[in-house]
Design a protein around this ligand. Sequence first.
Ligand SMILES: Cc1cc2nc3c(=O)[nH]c(=O)nc-3n(C[C@H](O)[C@H](O)[C@H](O)COP(=O)(O)OP(=O)(O)OC[C@H]3O[C@@H](n4cnc5c(N)ncnc54)[C@H](O)[C@@H]3O)c2cc1C
Length: 380
Amino acid sequence: MKINIIGAGIGGLTTAIALEKKGHQVEVFDAAVALRPIGAGIIMASNAMQIARRLGFADEIAQAGNVLDRFGIADHEGRPLQMMDIQAIRTKFGEPSVAIHRGQLQQVLLQQLPNTPIHVNKRLQSIQQVSGGKVLAFFEDGSQAESDVLIGADGLRSATRKAIFGEKPLRYSSHTCWRGIIEHQFEAAHEAKELWAKTGGKRVAMIQVAPNKVYFYYTEKHKSGFKVPSTDQLSYLQAQFSEFPPMYAEVIAKANPSEIFHDDLYDLKPLAKWHQDRVMLLGDAAHATTPNMGQGGCQAIEDAWYLAEYLERYSNVAEAFAAYEQFRRPKINFVVNTSFMIGKMSNLGGALGHRLRNWVLSATPKKMAEQQLETLFRLQ
Ligand SMILES: Cc1cc2nc3c(=O)[nH]c(=O)nc-3n(C[C@H](O)[C@H](O)[C@H](O)COP(=O)(O)OP(=O)(O)OC[C@H]3O[C@@H](n4cnc5c(N)ncnc54)[C@H](O)[C@@H]3O)c2cc1C
């Protein structure tokens, strides 16, 4: 089939790779003026790495990133509340979890698509499903593109979603988040630890993504729209980090202020449907989740693989889309709901609240936490 994909993010590019491997003719359209290696870091968990192995680029990700041995949650002083040794899970599922610079991940994905037309400066405006089983995509510059199937992988504020279902409300998570890349090398480079402060939804992590490159993120609980002037951001973060061990303020001091990204965090209230006729939503466009489980990108990658599988398995698009949605929904709902709940739990503050929260985390049997990870990492 001729399949057009809107969005050249993690989901769109991986879907292009998976569909091309099944023999479809694919074109990708992105609103950005150019596909630049920007952004901070991301963790490609074992489930995404297993798909990357099936699609043939797992080694490239592992080489460009940093393989993790341990990850979990610690209190504001760095004392472990729930740390997991993920070596055993790696042995079980065959693939590690890898922390990587987003720009590097994008490069690896683009390298798998040397002959695919990837058009930039193409902002989708509207869609028309025409008789004869064709879909027309109309772009802001006045151009249009026709295909048999259209995949909307255009992220949280998806224009494809709006075109087929109208405006859908986003849910503000009550967290705002700063992130960036800092030139630094940790000795414990293979550990990803998130520290939870006593109040204010304050959480910080600093994770090695490559030699001398550390990805940091930091959240706080605020009403949406909270802003710190960009010239004051670094000093603001340094002051806020005084609650954590001194290393955090020391490392953040090395950040380049112009490369600190700040966004409010939203997810999407679960949609009743992800597709309409021959248009399917994928990744954040279909089921944006809060980043508390580090799974939004990983689930977009799972979507890509299974969508290509279901389109191959069924001779008719309607049946393939319906079966794919039915198959993907339970796992997606688990991720979106659990992630939202973790965000709420992290907000518990005050003398009692944070003790209760920390107790729940540290008292959760290791076996149970590992089982939850296995549910995430297991593919069918
Ligand atoms: C702080 C934070 C940390 C995170 N950490 C992790 C993590 O560790 N692991 C993980 O798996 N996930 C993580 N995520 C989630 C992850 O970033 C997203 O789930 C993932 O990027 C979604 O990929 P996508 O391809 O669906 O959308 P995007 O990556 O948002 O890509 C959408 C693309 O569509 C394009 N586009 C938008 N509108 C239009 C339009 N109208 N026309 C054409 N093109 C358009 C955009 O330019 C963009 O290139 C995190 C998210 C946040 C906010």
